[in-house]
Design a binder for this molecule. Structure first.
Ligand code: URA
Length: 235
């Protein structure tokens, strides 16, 4: 059960304050009956809400793929830094979305944002081993053999981190896949085998591939198919 003013506000009909005034003014009906109490609780999936005769479409969960640029921290708010939420239109932000997992301030690429807490929780849970692919550039030239240690596991002091695949792409570029998501994990793993990462981009998150048509700093809604495969990944 949710408050009527919250549901209507989330549907993009104004701020909570504006919506409250709208409800009090008698513009809102629920299943055809006038409701003037903004705190009226309903199950939005089972009633018909109209504002001045216009039907409100309720979508409980939203899923966004952001192509994160460097310079933004992965948080919902911060006093000093720009956050990834600053890249999201106010309309879409109304749904209380948050980032699924974390990318460093200087890391770019695929970041999923959603308000689907249960799914986010599962996507981050170690038991589901969701693979994440990262592309990176190093200061040092990469010697192919030296990266094989990443596949057997490197001791990072507090834990042993392992890549499930590693591929050298060029003299200073490679990609790897990890199933964990510890703090600075890729940078620390590479440092452990002698490489300094100067550029890091996430290109895959579970079954999702970074959509290169999304300009850096922009986002789009996931398609129904993408949402389905994401759910499948935690079955
Ligand atoms: N590993 C890192 O070191 N940084 C990231 O942002 C993501 C994975």
């Amino acid at each position: 059960m949710e408050r009527l003013d919250k549901i209507i506000s989330h549907a993009g009909k104004g701020t909570r304050k504006q919506v409250r005034a709208l409800i009090k003014s008698g513009s809102v009906t629920v299943d055809g009956d006038l409701v003037s109490d903004p705190g009226f609780k309903i199950d939005p999936e089972h009633v018909k809400i109209e504002v001045d005769g216009e039907l409100i479409y309720y979508t409980r969960y939203v899923y966004l793929m952001l192509n994160k640029p460097a310079g933004f921290i992965t948080a919902t708010e911060d006093t000093f830094h720009n956050t990834v939420l600053d890249l999201i239109d106010p309309e879409d932000r109304r749904k209380d979305i948050f980032p699924v997992g974390r990318l460093d301030k200087d890391t770019e690429g695929l970041l999923l944002l959603t308000n689907d807490g249960p799914l986010a929780h599962m996507l981050l849970a170690p038991r589901y081993k969701i693979p994440k692919k990262y592309c990176f550039e190093t200061i040092e030239e990469i010697d192919k053999n030296s990266l094989s240690a990443l596949l057997t596991g490197v001791d990072l002091g507090d834990y042993v981190a392992t890549a499930t695949s590693v591929r050298v792409l060029g003299s200073n570029n490679a990609e790897l896949v990890i199933e964990e998501g510890k703090f600075h994990q890729v940078k620390r793993m590479c440092a452990a085998v002698g490489y300094t990462i100067i550029y890091l981009e996430r290109t895959e998150f579970g079954p999702l591939l970074l959509d290169r048509k999304i300009p850096r700093g922009s986002y789009r809604y996931l398609t129904e198919k993408e949402i389905d495969v994401l759910r499948e990944a935690v079955r």
